[in-house]
Design a protein around this ligand. Structure first.
Ligand SMILES: NC(=O)c1ccc[n+]([C@@H]2O[C@H](COP(=O)([O-])OP(=O)(O)OC[C@H]3O[C@@H](n4cnc5c(N)ncnc54)[C@H](OP(=O)(O)O)[C@@H]3O)[C@@H](O)[C@H]2O)c1
Length: 268
């Protein structure tokens, strides 16, 4: 990457900042997500070009209108149920054409589902896995191949700390995120040398519609705080794993180290 030479003294003339690698064109899959919307607000304030995909037309339009007011240079939308993988190729081609290229794809779609229902109804467990794993794999495979061909780009994917260890209270959701984490880990290793960054984002609990009404949700992280950390990291253009807030890295390191004989007795 070309870097800006450091002026030799404070009097040396400052050249304009090299913005050629600053991400500007964002595709957001699941744009009505609380975390995604908060992230898009930061990008809008920088004058970004955004293509928003969601499944509820009124919600997508409300987010788009808000981002235009906040300074986005360009906002286009598509209303698509992203579970319908047969539409992915056309949708992605349309989005990339609309944006005139693509720098960052931000995948935020996801459902929590109901653990107790998933224990009794295999189809409900399948639905959770489809939305959180199978459909994202379809989207990311096409996007990764496009970015490899163009030789640059960032795939930023919202996985979860829940994927780090199966807990009895939400192992179906957790396993869908474990799959997504493993997929993005492998994808990162595949495309890293091709100029494509894959960022696996693992939030702890965040105050959004997904967690509304949960016990203790008033103490969960604010979407704006989480979004700032995510946007800053995406702005660096580097892949890797991002625990957000960062405190979740040591917490999950401890949780993963608890022996199974002890872990199964815990009420987690
Ligand atoms: N909140 C947390 O504590 C937390 C923690 C860790 C990870 N995460 C992950 O972060 C991501 C964003 O979650 P959030 O907290 O922002 O929750 P959210 O506000 O409920 O966002 C979930 C988003 O996924 C969209 N979605 C679900 N199924 C879809 C489908 N078939 N087609 C298109 N869009 C679909 C939803 O659309 P609708 O608006 O139409 O429902 C919504 O925009 C999710 O992947 C979630 O698993 C969240």
């Amino acid at each position: 990457m070309a870097t800006q030479p450091i002026p030799e003294s404070a009097d040396a003339p400052l050249r304009p900042r090299d913005l050629s690698h600053t991400p500007k064109r964002y595709l957001v899959l699941g744009a009505t997500s609380g975390i995604a919307e908060a992230t898009c607000r930061l990008w809008a304030a920088e004058g970004a070009n955004l293509f928003l995909v969601g499944r509820a037309a009124d919600k997508v339009e409300a987010v788009a209108a808000d981002l235009r007011v906040r300074g986005a240079a360009y906002v286009d939308t598509a209303v698509v149920d992203l579970n319908e993988t047969q539409h992915h190729a056309d949708l992605l081609a349309h989005a990339i054409t609309s944006l005139g290229g693509l720098d960052v794809a931000y995948l935020a779609m996801g459902i929590l589902g109901e653990q107790s229902r998933a224990e009794q109804e295999p189809t409900h467990a399948e639905n959770i896995l489809h939305t959180n794993f199978t459909a994202p794999v379809s989207l990311l495979t096409t996007l990764a191949n496009f970015m490899v061909k163009q030789g640059h780009g960032t795939l930023a994917v919202l996985s979860s700390v829940a994927g780090d260890r199966g807990r009895k209270s939400n192992y179906v959701y957790g396993s869908s995120k474990a799959g997504l984490t493993a997929f993005t880990d492998g994808l990162r290793n595949r495309v890293d040398r091709e100029g494509v960054a894959v960022l696996t984002i693992k939030p702890g609990p965040v105050k959004t519609s997904m967690t509304a009404g949960m016990k203790g949700s008033e103490k969960f992280a604010a979407p704006a705080k989480v979004a700032k950390i995510i946007a800053d990291r995406i702005g660096k253009g580097t892949g890797g794993i991002l625990y957000v807030p960062g405190l979740w890295w040591p917490i999950m390191t401890v949780i993963k180290a608890i022996p199974d004989s002890v872990f199964k007795k815990l009420n987690l």
